[in-house]
Design a protein around this ligand. Structure first.
Ligand code: CU
Length: 347
């Protein structure tokens, strides 16, 4: 409470000072003294602009240096090398122009501040200058955009037929993954079937559903294309795997995709980072509500043979939720139990 009062008091004093300054200017004008000399405030403003320039640049350089490892995570995917290269080229070009123009902007404001007896040069137009600063950025941006489109085209191209397809679904506030199971086909789903346990809305009249499984951690193989089929159950979310340079919105009512190939297993990355606690994680990169921060899912990259072993050891969703056998049509029950690996004795 005291802090609020203090801030309010300071703001009030500043407001009063500004008003007094404005009033004195208006009084001077009403007395006919409109050839006002800028005086001290002009010099102070000029100095402040220089302080802002030097402070801002210093902060930018320090921050970029000190936090480098946090915004430049080690790379673990094939296409990531290309997107990284694109990022750094774009950052170098736009960064150079940004710093140069800002130095000129603030320095000129300081250097060419009002001085008695000085008059600014009238310089209304110069065709050559106009052409240079229109054509040059147009060429550079065209090259950057074209390169971006080529890389994007590669990333979005159709995945090979033997790709590992995994469904990733975001909802408030978690990620769920679904694998097609041994038949390599995903069961149909319907939002009307969603309930407490059936988070996917899995259609239990569909044969392909019975062996689908939904693990707590996502596993993917190293050195093989993985295709994420992404969807959202409620609002916008965004699949974000920073080490793999993967980011794709999860949109309710439509499917988005992202294909990538991991180049380092979890263990390899642990050894590289010298941190045996390390885990790849999937985060949500679209503010989706109160629990957004908690949308964290661990992703494990295995060697291909370990991945196949892990897949075999997974139990079907239906096996873990045998109550839902009652939703399977009676004539399909036998086959569903075989497919889901449910024994009669288990029930
Ligand atoms: Cu979110």
């Amino acid at each position: 409470m005291f802090n609020i009062l203090l801030v309010a008091g300071i703001l009030l004093v500043i407001g009063i000072l500004i008003l007094m300054f404005r009033l004195s200017v208006l009084v001077d004008i009403s007395r006919g003294k409109d050839d006002l000399k800028p005086g001290m405030s002009n010099k102070v403003n000029g100095m402040l602009l220089m302080v802002f320039l030097i402070g801002g640049l210093g902060w930018l350089i320090w921050y970029s240096w000190a936090e480098f490892d946090r915004y430049n995570l080690p790379l673990a995917s094939k296409h990531g090398a290309e997107t990284d290269q694109l990022f750094w080229i774009t950052t170098a070009i736009t960064g150079f122009v940004f710093i140069l123009t800002n130095i000129l902007l603030f320095y000129f404001s300081f250097r060419y501040q009002h001085k008695e007896g000085h008059r600014a040069k009238f310089f209304p137009h110069n065709d050559r200058l106009e052409i240079i600063w229109t054509v040059l950025p147009a060429i550079v941006l065209t090259i950057l955009v074209a390169k971006g489109l080529i890389v994007w085209g590669d990333v979005m191209a159709k995945a090979p037929d033997d790709a590992e397809v995994i469904e990733v679904m975001g909802y408030q506030f978690a990620w769920e993954a679904r694998y097609p199971g041994k038949d390599n086909a995903f069961g149909e789903y319907d939002y009307k079937l969603i309930d407490g346990a059936n988070t996917f809305g899995l259609d239990l009249e569909n044969d392909a559903s019975y062996d689908d499984f939904s693990p707590l951690e996502i596993h993917i193989p190293k050195g093989k294309t993985v295709l994420f089929r992404i969807r959202a159950r409620d609002v916008l979310h965004s699949v974000y795997l920073p080490h793999f340079r993967v980011k794709m919105d999860a949109v309710p009512g439509m499917q988005t995709v992202f294909k990538f190939e991991a180049t380092k297993t979890t263990q390899e990355m642990r050894d590289e980072l010298n941190n045996q606690e390390f885990n790849y994680e999937m985060a949500c990169a679209e503010i989706c509500g109160r629990g957004h921060f908690s949308m964290r899912k661990i992703l494990v990259v295995d060697e291909l043979e370990d991945y196949e072993k892990w897949k075999k050891a997974q139990r079907a969703w239906l096996k873990l939720n045998p109550d839902y056998l009652s939703k399977v049509p009676p004539n399909k029950k036998e086959a569903a139990m075989v497919k889901a690996g449910i024994n009669k004795e288990d029930l």
